[in-house]
Design a protein around this ligand. Sequence first.
Ligand code: KIV
Length: 299
Amino acid sequence: MSIPHFRSSDVPASAPVPVTFQTLQQKKEAGRPIVALTAYDYATARLVDEAGVDLILVGDSLAMVVMGYDTTLPVTVDEMLHHTRAVRRAVRRAIVAADMPFGSYQSSVAEGVANAVRFVKEAGAQAVKVEGGAARIELVERLTAAEIPVIGHLGLTPQSVHRMGGYKVQGKTAAAIGELLHDAHTLESAGAAMIVLEGMPREVAARITSEIGIPTIGIGAGPDCDGQILVFHDLVNLSFSPPAKFARQYGDAAALFRTAVEGYRRDVEDRAFPSDSESYHLAKEAAAALAVPAIPRRA
Ligand code: KIV
């Protein structure tokens, strides 16, 4: 008797055309928005991919939304690899990018390259994301030379939470705007394939987007970026924290899951689940055999 089960071989046979960084570059040039979203596990990555998202980021935000930490800082390379592998197994069309967690590239360029290689080799990531601007130039150059596409990340960089003194919008003064523009240009010159712009005034993100040749993906950076990214759990109300101003909710998975789990609990308590039709049955002969008195044990 085979029991239906959700598994990777259920992926539909017809293969979609995979997205590449060339596709994203063409989208920027044609003014067609790039759609990106985070995902951290097989089931959600599969839904996100099948919905036609261009890029799936296994973000270190998983430290907060999946693991329950207060910041992104504690998640380790091994934990990120574990989640990236799960996402990789689900995705057939989108680019899968992995976030390099805090501590995996700050100590030395060599360590950053070695960790990035792990994401590609051990988890099947097609790109890595690193936070920061001028300080990351050598790393971005080395990764690019090693054929690993790099996504930069500027503005509100969550791994800098202690330096920033909280999760605050960045790029509000002339000096800060100048620095962001300089960082964006130097990341592009170093070979970055695209840049995430997070938590900055719309006008600043628009200026960076129009000045650089590679795509920008905004989160809390207004509508003028080349694309947008959100955290999956914010999109479906699973974050258990008050939503940020930019985090539009497109569904209420919390309500859906709550209703489902409460219904299940009630049904089990009331012996309404499982029903007879949800039970497996013995064949007639076996049932008849069961009615025979127990066979005496041999001495
Ligand atoms: O970790 C993350 O999810 C991110 C995106 C929000 C850009 O860095």
